[in-house]
Design a protein around this ligand. Sequence first.
Ligand SMILES: CC(C)(COP(=O)(O)OP(=O)(O)OC[C@H]1O[C@@H](n2cnc3c(N)ncnc32)[C@H](O)[C@@H]1OP(=O)(O)O)[C@@H](O)C(=O)NCCC(=O)NCCS
Length: 224
Amino acid sequence: MENPGKSQDLLAAFFLLAEGALPPQAKPRDVSPPEELRRRIEVRAALPEDLAWVRDLAIRSVIHGIPDSRDVPSSQVQERAHEAALDLVGTFGADPDLRILVAVEARSGELLGYLVLELGHREASTGEPQALIRDLAVEPRAWGSRAVHHLVREAARLTFRHGLRYLIGEVTAANRRPLVVAQRMGFVIERHQIAVQCGPEGLLPMPGRPATVPEAPETEPPPE
Ligand SMILES: CC(C)(COP(=O)(O)OP(=O)(O)OC[C@H]1O[C@@H](n2cnc3c(N)ncnc32)[C@H](O)[C@@H]1OP(=O)(O)O)[C@@H](O)C(=O)NCCC(=O)NCCS
């Protein structure tokens, strides 16, 4: 039933706000979650029919992982990702240590994101077996939907069930979104990758990513 007192309160708050009568810290904040956050998200193992979408999103997302210090054309990186994705799809199911999880909107089954998990990884310095998030991406329209949290949590459970203690990932320094999410979830930064350009006299500064990166010359798309 409608509560007339409540709507009057809301109306009063609106006028107070409109007049700037409330101090900034007392202004009511809109805490209603965006539409995406109200989705119920489920995570399941990828099915063969999901793979074309996984491959497509992987190719679209790979540019987010290019370090800011490199001048490689995006199209060249995407072409390489295309080949890697074909390999991944080709070997799907054959390697028991390689798993693909997908996050779906429970009601519609809409695919929101994927995570590629490698269960046979080892930490380089200690030799401890561990799991590696080989790739992870969420559809841009589902950014902020918490799909990434569901995917990573399920990957952690799978890692534990596999008898492994640690789950790791590699994040490009300039790619702030996964870094922010990971740290919020409890991941710690264990290692830094350093890079320098080399020339005849020795060390040179890295080229850096120009505002407009020259595209690679047109090439035939690799065969499916
Ligand atoms: C990485 C990815 C899976 C994260 O999922 P997501 O749904 O975007 O993550 P969320 O929106 O929950 O969280 C991202 C947070 O980073 C914040 N953020 C974004 N850009 C930022 C920046 N430059 N500096 C600091 N924080 C930033 C966002 O504001 C958000 O925080 P909020 O929830 O307080 O608003 C998704 O962005 C993605 O698919 N990116 C492309 C592929 C990719 O980079 N994969 C990772 C490879 S390791």
